[in-house]
Write a new protein. Structure first.
Length: 346
């Protein structure tokens, strides 16, 4: 089969499109014919560059920490799937053989695309327990993006921040992938009042297109002053961030109101940010870092996407053979939307 592989860390040209053995599913595994896999700024691009050494990738590495496709083959002991089923898989999963019931597995875990072969291939094998059903009404390309970002955003806003209908929420990074999804979940699923922000007028206004009530360009506007005007001096109930911009987040933090909550799943713009501790304790603010997601939220995310409440931010779909180009595009434009690789495209 064909796959995108890097044998060493370095610039995009270390990512090669080459022939590798087609994997055979082990006990408790299924093989997926990949129809879509997303390119991720940190887990793919930075990993290949050598900037994520703490993740201890297994070289040679077939990246791709998520995928959507159809079941192509079934290993011994698998009963919950059949050939032709539409499925998605992503993230951490067992590295060794694991039975479908997972009852006795105590072995190592790791992310597909980092510690075990990932979705940048025509076929990938994953434990049966790591796959989830993909309902009709969502394309494979959309599904890969929903799988990657929606459960994280859902977890942050609904489970961790406990955002309520009618509350004010500030979405940082309006044009980013987690930002775009967060705006839609906050507005269309929760029913919150949404302020979004970004570092240019065009990027901030992207949030208005997705349903945000107000958009702030923090490169020309004082983010705290604008929020206080919008909220009649009360401030926002929730700040949703995954950037940790050291110049912007401290100002936004001052716009958190009484019993405010700041939630985050990343810090690629920081990581060090100055926080006003007087404001923290005076307003009884809670700060929670919570990467990852809850498995039980994925069906809710797919249902919301199928209902049109969440539109996956797919910017480009490229054939797998152009994986290197996708990495180059991602590095040249940090604000680019999601790129999906499709091995079935010519």
């Amino acid at each position: 089969m064909k796959a995108a592989v890097f044998h060493e860390y370095g610039p995009p040209d270390v990512l090669k499109y080459e022939d590798v053995p087609t994997p055979e599913p082990r006990e408790g595994e299924i093989r997926i014919k990949v129809r879509g896999a997303t390119v991720n700024r940190v887990l793919d691009v930075a990993l290949r560059r050598g900037a994520q050494m703490q993740r201890k990738a297994t070289l040679p590495c077939i990246p791709g920490v998520d995928c959507a496709g159809t079941v192509d083959a079934i290993g011994p002991g698998v009963t919950r799937w059949k050939v032709g089923d539409r499925v998605v898989a992503a993230g951490g999963m067992p590295l060794d053989v694991v039975r479908e019931d997972e009852a006795d597995y105590k072995g190592p875990q790791g992310m597909m695309g980092i510690r075990r072969p990932g979705g940048f291939a025509e076929y990938v094998c994953v434990p049966s327990i790591a796959a989830a059903p993909l309902p009709e009404g969502i394309s494979f390309h959309e599904a890969a993006v929903v799988m990657r970002h929606c459960p994280t955003a859902w977890n942050l806003l609904i489970n961790v921040a406990d955002l309520k209908k009618g509350e004010w929420v500030l979405i940082m990074g309006a044009s980013g992938n987690l930002g775009q999804v967060g705006i839609q979940i906050a507005k269309n699923v929760v029913g919150a009042k949404v302020i979004c922000t970004a570092g240019s007028r065009a990027r901030a206004d992207k949030g208005l297109e997705l349903g945000a009530d107000y958009a702030i360009d923090y490169s020309t506007q004082d983010i705290c002053e604008e929020i206080m005007k919008i909220t009649d001096g009360k401030g926002v109930n929730v700040i949703y961030d995954n950037i940790a911009n050291p110049d912007v987040l401290p100002k936004a933090f001052h716009a958190l109101g009484e019993n405010g909550r700041l939630v985050t799943a990343g810090a690629h713009g920081g990581p060090n940010v100055m926080i006003d501790f007087f404001h923290l304790y005076d307003r009884k603010i809670t700060i929670k870092g919570q990467p990852g997601s809850r498995k039980e939220d994925l069906p809710k995310c797919f249902a919301a996407a199928a209902e049109g409440k969440i539109k996956a931010p797919v910017a480009h779909v490229l054939p797998l053979s152009q994986a290197r180009k996708a990495h180059e595009m991602m590095e040249s434009d940090p604000g680019m939307g999601k790129i999906v690789l499709d091995p079935t495209m010519g």
